[in-house]
Ligand binder design. Sequence first.
Ligand code: CUA
Length: 335
Amino acid sequence: MSLFGIPLFPEQASTFAADVDALYFFIFATCAFFATAVTIAVIVFGIRYRRRHDGEIGARIEGNLPLELLWSIIPTILSMVMFGWGASLYFHMRKPPAEAMQIYAVGKQWMWKFQHLEGQREINELHVPAGKAIKVTLSSEDVLHSLYFPSFRTKIDAIPGRYTELWFEATTPGRYHIFCAEYCGTNHSGMIGTVIVMPPNEFQAWLAGGGMEGSLAQRGAKLFTDLACVTCHLDSGQGRGPSLKDIIGTTVETQAGEKVVVDEAYLRESILNSQAKVVKGFQPLMPTFQGLVSEENLVALIEHVKSLSPNAKPAAAAPTAPTAPAAPGPTGEKK
Ligand code: CUA
C-alpha cells in the first residue's frame, strides 16, 4: 500500500497480514473519527460560546443523563470490540498449529542465525516454503533482540536463557525484510536479513542442496557422543543418567518431588544447569554445560533427544518459564 509512491505499509505476505491490518485500520479509523470530532467541537464551541463582552457570565449546566450515558456506552462498546478482536487475533498468532514446520533461530549481536531440521544453516537469510505453517523457536546468545517479519505482521523477542516462538504461514513467494525490533547495541540497525518465500517444490530443491553435516538431529547425535553424554545416558536405563529414549512429553519426578514435563525448555535447563531438576533415583553427577554448548549446538542436542522419541507429539515445545539461572546482562559476552 502506498501514498503518492511512498510505501506506507509492508506487503501482506502471510495469512495474518490482512487480519492484522484490518484491526489496525479499524482502530486507526475509530481514533481518527473521534479526534476529528473532538477537534471540530472544540473549535466550533470556542467560537460560538466565546465571551462577547466584559462581565458576561456563563450559563450554569447541571448535567445531561442521556448524553452522559451515550458517551460512556459507545466508547465501552468500541473498546470492547478492539479488545475482543485483538485478543482473538493474538491467541491465533501465539498458538502454532501442531503440524507446523520447525525452524530454530538464534539472535546475537548482530545477526540472525537460522537452522533447519534437515541440516541447512543460514545467517541473515531464511528460506521458507509458501503455504505451509512455519514455527520458529528462538533464543539469544547475548542480549534481548526481537525477530520481526513486517510483511508477515509478526514478531517475538529473543530472550537470553529461554525459548520463545512465533509462527506464520507465508502466502506469496518473494523476498521480504527481517528486522531486529529491539535496540540491542551499536549495530542494532544493521541486524537485518531477508526471508525468501519459495514455492514448495523450489524449497524442497533448495533444502536438498545443502546440509553437508547431516540433519540437525544427526549433528546433535555426534555432539551427544563428543560431549560424552552417551556414556551415562544409556538407552537401557542402567546408566548413571536416565535413559532419554521416548522421554519427550512424559512427566518425570525430580529429587525434590516436583513433577516436570520433559519438553525443550526442560532439556535446555538440564543441559545448561544440570543440577536444577535431577530426576529422582539418580545422583547429581552431570556436569553443567553452561558456556560450553552454544545455542546452536543446544538445539542440535535437543533435536537429537527428540529424535529418540519418534512417537511423541510434534508440539512438545513449551516456551514458557525461564530455564537458565541467570541471563547475561546487556553487556553479555560475545562468542
Ligand atoms: Cu538485535 Cu536489535
